[in-house]
Design a protein around this ligand. Structure first.
Ligand SMILES: C[S@@+](CC[C@H](N)C(=O)[O-])C[C@H]1O[C@@H](n2cnc3c(N)ncnc32)[C@H](O)[C@@H]1O
Length: 187
């Protein structure tokens, strides 16, 4: 079994993920706008309380869908509370997953993995699973916090992704993050 040095982000600290200061430093609309368009099917893996999910759903529009996946039911409950009764409730599908399983089979245009890959125990298995559900021209957006993931660890993640058939499409500059946009070989 793969050993992971990082713990799963505690539900007790969930509020830190949606603080106003983060919205200023890492504006989710600005970050996602180049990739998420109207009508797209987006998957937000390790969605937490939905800091990026909500913005992705707005950008995907009425015809689009965002599948919000998390290991912790508590995180999904926080997101459910936020969208309850709003238009976005129809566009966001909440899915609880198991460790090392995404639990989604439908094809997605954009796969978001924001501040989560370092918490995933078996990264090779994870990248293979992403490849299986990403549409041929789909994009895979990965970002990690610099405070928790150093350059060497991030480069190792990219190496594992490349071994599993991904290539680098873009390297956006995100304040306090290490970010990369990947696509399938040949896409
Ligand atoms: C640091 S939080 C980031 C949340 C969100 N992406 C954001 O940027 O605000 C990491 C989230 O990933 C989830 N997570 C950790 N390991 C996971 C796994 N193996 N599968 C699915 N979700 C996982 C945690 O429960 C937590 O909600």
């Amino acid at each position: 079994m793969a050993i992971n040095k990082h713990e799963v982000f505690s539900i007790k600290k969930a509020r830190r993920l949606t603080r106003w200061v983060r919205r200023i430093l890492q504006n989710p609309n600005k970050i996602l706008r180049p990739y998420v368009r109207s009508g797209m099917n987006v998957l937000d893996f390790g969605c937490g309380p939905g800091f990026f999910t909500i913005e992705a759903a707005k950008l995907a529009g009425e015809e689009g869908r965002v599948i919000a996946v998390d290991l912790q039911q508590g995180m999904l409950d926080l997101l459910a509370d936020k969208i309850k009764g709003s238009e976005l409730e129809k566009r966001i599908i909440l899915r609880k997953c198991e460790d090392n399983k995404i639990g989604v089979t439908e094809g997605v245009d954009v796969f978001l993995a924001i501040h989560v890959v370092h918490e995933v125990p078996d990264k090779a298995l994870f990248f293979m699973a992403v490849k299986n559900i990403l549409k041929p021209k789909g994009i895979f957006y990965v970002s990690e916090p610099k405070g928790r993931v150093d350059k060497a660890e991030f480069e190792e993640m990219i190496m594992i992704a490349k071994k599993n058939g991904f290539k680098i499409k873009d390297q956006p500059k995100i304040y306090l993050d290490r970010a990369i946009v990947l696509s399938h070989d040949g896409a």
